[in-house]
Design a protein around this ligand. Structure first.
Ligand SMILES: [Zn+2]
Length: 182
């Protein structure tokens, strides 16, 4: 997958300083993590699509302010986005995917919101916290830019390689929303 790897490397460099570039290169994704993600990707996509359908079935459209923010970010189809509030965020049924999902920190109580394609989930407890939606909109932008499958693949590889706090896709969301992290 040379094209994706090239995109991944440039995403790395774009948020790290020059002095960090060498260490970022040293921390390239391992063949094992790439193999593991490739093996899970079909199941991960089924989970993405099922969760997105759930948001579409009972979610709300963006408010005028949120839609304006989404358009300013560069999202092509803000009208497709639905926001759904739940006490617990969706989790995969497949045991293998669920195990990886938990290993990567998804489903923990620290998680305030999550994006599945054009579906944004926010924990009901945080329903008044609009910063979560702004953060999640960056992930909608990323998935729109790359395509949902390529985004999902890259997100999982980055999470395995760098961990949530250092991964480039989260760094972009952090930087674009002035330091909000979810
Ligand atoms: Zn995020």
């Amino acid at each position: 997958m040379p094209i994706l790897l090239a995109a991944f490397a440039s995403a790395c460099v774009s948020f790290k300083s020059d002095s960090d570039a060498a260490s970022a290169t040293a921390l390239a994704p391992s063949p094992e993590s790439i193999r593991q993600v490739e093996a899970l990707l079909d199941k991960a996509m089924q989970f993405q699509e099922a969760s997105e359908r759930l948001a579409f079935s009972k979610g709300r459209a963006l408010t005028k302010d949120e839609a304006g923010y989404a358009a300013a970010l560069g999202i092509e189809h803000p009208e497709k986005i639905r926001v759904r509030y739940q006490w617990r965020l969706p989790k995969p049924h497949d045991p293998e995917l669920l195990a990886t999902f938990k290993d990567l920190g998804f489903g923990s109580w620290l998680e305030g919101g999550r994006t599945h394609g054009y579906g944004i989930f926010v924990k009901s407890y945080f329903s008044s916290k609009s910063a979560i939606i702004r953060h999640e909109l960056v992930h909608v932008l990323q998935a729109e830019r790359m395509g949902l499958r390529a985004f999902t693949r890259q997100y999982l590889i980055e999470a395995m390689t760098y961990g949530y706090f250092d991964m480039p896709l989260e760094a972009e969301a952090f930087n674009k929303t002035e330091g909000e992290r979810y």
